[in-house]
Design a protein around this ligand. Structure first.
Ligand SMILES: [Zn+2]
Ligand SMILES: [Zn+2]
Length: 233
């Protein structure tokens, strides 16, 4: 994404000029759907009567391989449409704006959770990368990294084989689809890293981030967070 910023930007939702340093006016930013009472571990929303302990039933019986999932938004209008514009129509203004809001949210969480040493974007296979022209998770991670002062590592986790789209698959089919899809490379594998955050655009069934987290955990990384624009509950 370009770092060029005009003095005034147009709000990506209402089109009005905005003097904020992101392409979203204050009014529209306040209207974006944010999760309420999310599970302390997986980030899924807990509904109108959340349990006192703050965890969802699944995390109590079968916790994921990561420690926390921080999601900035609900996967609803207009966030869903902004993410689609970013991913499928190279809408970098949308991507950069949502990433910046996620970075602000994550920065507040890091005050209590501690700051990760590296951001690890979910890798795309080279064939998908050629088709789309960019990896949306890398673009998001760059904005978060810049805002929070965390290095982005794009070579440690790699997609070792192309996997069919996860869309429309059951959780079990997704797990089979992703088996052996990722590999870890390079210096991080030596156990120097203790705390990392995986960056993904939308977390749906958690299969992708959980698969990656399991590999990172096996490589000796003690604390693994997940940062995403939206968590589908
Ligand atoms: Zn606006
Ligand atoms: Zn949970």
């Amino acid at each position: 994404m370009t770092t060029f910023k005009p003095a005034f930007q147009q709000c990506i939702l209402c089109g009005n000029c905005t003097s904020t340093d992101i392409a979203l006016c204050t009014e529209c930013a306040l209207e974006l759907p944010c999760p309420e009472c999310a599970c302390k571990r997986c980030g899924v929303e807990l509904g109108p009567t959340p349990p006192v302990h703050g965890y969802c039933g699944r995390c109590l019986t079968e916790p994921p391989s990561f420690d926390h999932c921080i999601a900035a938004f609900r996967y609803e209008f207009p966030v869903r449409e902004l993410i689609a514009g970013f991913k499928f129509h190279a809408g970098f203004a949308e991507g950069r704006t949502l990433a910046r809001l996620l970075a602000e949210r994550a920065g507040r969480e890091f005050e209590t959770l501690g700051k990760p040493q590296r951001l690890l974007p979910v890798p795309l296979h080279v064939s998908r990368l050629r088709e789309r022209g960019f990896n949306q998770s890398i673009e998001l991670a760059r904005v978060i990294g810049q805002h929070c002062g965390i290095a982005v590592d794009t070579s440690y986790c790699r997609r070792s084989r192309a996997t069919p789209s996860q869309k429309g698959l059951s959780a079990e089919e997704r797990a089979v689809n992703l088996r052996n899809a990722f590999t870890l490379h390079g210096e991080c594998a030596g156990g120097k890293l203790l705390h990392v955050a995986i960056v993904d655009d939308v977390v749906t069934t958690m299969t992708t981030v959980d698969t990656l987290a399991r590999m990172l955990r096996s490589a000796g990384i003690a604390c693994i967070d997940v940062l995403c624009l939206a968590r589908v509950s």
